[in-house]
Ligand binder design. Structure first.
Ligand code: PLP
Length: 429
């Protein structure tokens, strides 16, 4: 008990830390240094210690439409007055979840998609991987269980996301390499190696290949030219389902509604979250191709059931917010705006890298950017310095700074942000 006694020292004692256990945090490092955001407006955030900060990452790549949108708040308020939610289990449903399903099927790059709704990206990945296995079991091909994923991949932190993570630190410490045993990883961007891995493991043992379109948390890594197209082809040839994780890229981040359109892909499933509501409600889901859903929609007593679902799957208020959000995305033509901003970001990043040996690489795709620093600098340190300059960037794997502002960012704000990164880098060089 004594070990846990709280210190009476007013200084930064880790045992006095707030009761809320922060996510992905080395607690002694963040304790006493937390930036507590209290308000947001457009691309700007206001903290409890009086700072005004530019949200250069749109939070965790979610705040695409910007903070403080009154129409979305109103949509949530009106729906809660009418019906907070009703579950969508068995014969029950709610009108907003059904309407959102129709809207998402209309927007989906998958023809005649069925839509599974849940609460976020990690949920979506769990469901997509389970459905891939369920698909092959139902087909009677019961050895097809392995989920292939890529080096540096991030697919959230539920059991499946943790197991297929290509960022090893997210998979470590649980007593085995993977919580779900049937997983395997391939290296980043090498389609030939994927063929070899399939040959070695046997296509008859592989259920699906899961990949982000542009890797996000792994360091903003766009695919090598032709890579995703080749993977899709390899999957087709080997009867492996192709799952595209569009949790970051979905709903406009690439300057197209989905990255599947940007790269000309026809995945069997697309996972989505973040940008479906811009974070105004926790919501995610999976778009499912007819090849997979049709057997679950046969008019027969023997038709199988896919036992997915949670209390908040198809949450009515989250769905109402998503519907309003998608309406605003279209009304404000924000996807076209991203397409216009993408070359501006590219130009700014190229200018940033020019003449700076402390920057080893800049990468971008749509309104996603990454700045990789030379090992003499630390992306974490530079992001801390950026906060002092009034800007939020985020350190990612590979000594990279994440750039993914809200879609509503002005060209001047974007340019000020990139200039601030240059300033922070130069001050440490
Ligand atoms: N997939 C990708 C590509 C992500 O970037 C994330 C989150 O950053 C997830 C899945 C997990 O989403 P969530 O954090 O909503 O569970």
């Amino acid at each position: 008990v004594n070990d846990l006694a709280l210190s009476d020292s007013p200084t930064n004692n880790i045992l006095d830390a707030p009761s809320l256990w922060p996510a992905q945090a080395h607690t002694p490092t963040v304790n006493g240094r937390q930036l507590v955001v209290e308000r947001g407006e457009g691309s700007w955030l206001y903290t409890s210690d009086g700072r005004k900060l530019f949200d250069g990452t749109a939070g965790l790549w979610h705040a695409n439409i910007g903070h403080g949108n009154a129409e979305l708040a109103q949509a949530a308020y009106e729906q809660m007055l009418q019906l907070e939610t009703y579950h969508i289990f068995a014969r029950y449903s709610n009108d907003k979840a059904i309407a959102l399903g129709e809207k998402l099927a209309e927007l989906s790059p998958i023809e005649r998609a069925k839509i599974i709704l849940n609460s976020g990206g990690s949920d979506a990945i769990d469901v997509a991987c389970k459905l891939a296995r369920r698909h092959w079991q139902r087909e009677g091909r019961d050895t097809k269980k392995i989920i292939l994923s890529r080096e540096f991949a991030y697919h959230g932190l539920h059991a499946y996301g943790t197991s297929i993570a290509g960022l090893e630190f997210n998979r470590e410490g649980y007593g085995s390499d993977s919580l779900v045993p049937e997983t395997a990883r391939v290296s980043f961007n090498d389609a030939t190696e994927v063929e070899q891995v399939i040959e070695r493991i046997g296509a008859e043992n592989i259920a699906a290949f899961v990949t982000e379109a542009v890797q996000g948390t792994g360091g903003v890594n766009p695919p090598a030219p032709g890579y995703l197209e080749a993977i899709e082809q390899i999957c087709r040839e080997n009867d492996i389902l192709f799952i595209l994780d569009e949790v970051i890229t979905g709903f406009g981040r690439m300057g197209t509604m989905f990255a599947a359109e940007y790269y000309g892909l026809q995945p069997d499933m697309i996972t989505f979250a973040k940008g479906v509501t811009s974070g105004y409600a926790p919501l995610g889901g999976v778009m499912v191709a007819p090849r997979i859903w049709k057997p679950f929609y046969v008019d027969s007593p023997d038709t199988p059931i896919f036992r997915h679902g949670a209390t908040y799957a198809g949450h009515a208020t989250a769905s109402a917010v998503a519907l309003k959000h998608l309406e605003l995305l279209e009304r404000e033509q924000l996807v076209a705006r991203v397409a216009r901003l993408a070359p501006v970001l590219r130009r700014e990043l190229d200018a940033l890298a020019t003449g700076r040996e402390t920057i080893t690489e800049v990468r971008s795709a749509g309104l996603l950017g990454g700045v990789t620093l030379h090992e003499s600098l630390s992306a974490e340190q530079i992001c801390d310095d950026l906060v002092e300059l009034g800007f939020i960037g985020r350190p990612l794997r590979g000594n990279t700074i994440q750039i993914s502002p809200p879609f509503i960012v002005s060209e001047d704000e974007l340019s000020d942000f990139i200039n601030a990164i240059g300033e922070a880098i130069d001050a440490r060089s």
